[in-house]
Ligand binder design. Structure first.
Ligand code: AMP
Ligand code: ZN
Length: 112
């Protein structure tokens, strides 16, 4: 499968890793949209939020359990945004589930 985030997981594409464990990886976004912009992804390929189901949702819970720790390690004590684009209207460009972790400034409150 030609998925760039699967390639980041297997190491065939380089990334600036922030956190990794047996289930998830967090790395810096290539084109940051905030002073701190990282992506948290499951190691297993899930295309987008539409494809989360009973059999794979534990990794999504794990992402949310780890997000505060990752955010703190990136200095985001003052808050952060965790967001996932799903499908064309949201402008999803990489079809491997990922959560943008954004912060490091007072973020724009207009989310749409
Ligand atoms: P989305 O538009 O939600 O699908 O977001 C995809 C994100 O992945 C964008 O913010 C890109 O800048 C980022 N991205 C694409 N390729 C890479 C890469 N090789 N390493 C890090 N971030 C990437
Ligand atoms: Zn993938």
């Amino acid at each position: 499968m030609d998925c760039i985030f699967c390639k980041i997981v297997d190491g065939s594409i380089p990334s600036k890793k922030v956190y990794e464990d047996d289930q998830i990886v967090c790395f810096y976004d290539l084109e940051p949209q905030a002073p701190v912009h990282a992506l948290i992804i499951p190691k297993a390929h899930i295309a987008c939020v539409d494809d989360i189901n009973e059999s794979n949702s534990s990794v999504v819970a794990h992402i949310f359990e780890k997000a505060p720790e990752i955010a703190k390690s990136l200095g985001l004590e003052n808050g952060y945004r965790l967001v996932s684009n799903c499908g064309a209207d949201a402008g999803q460009t990489v079809f491997h589930l990922h959560f943008h972790l954004l912060g490091g400034k007072k973020l724009n409150t207009n989310m749409a």
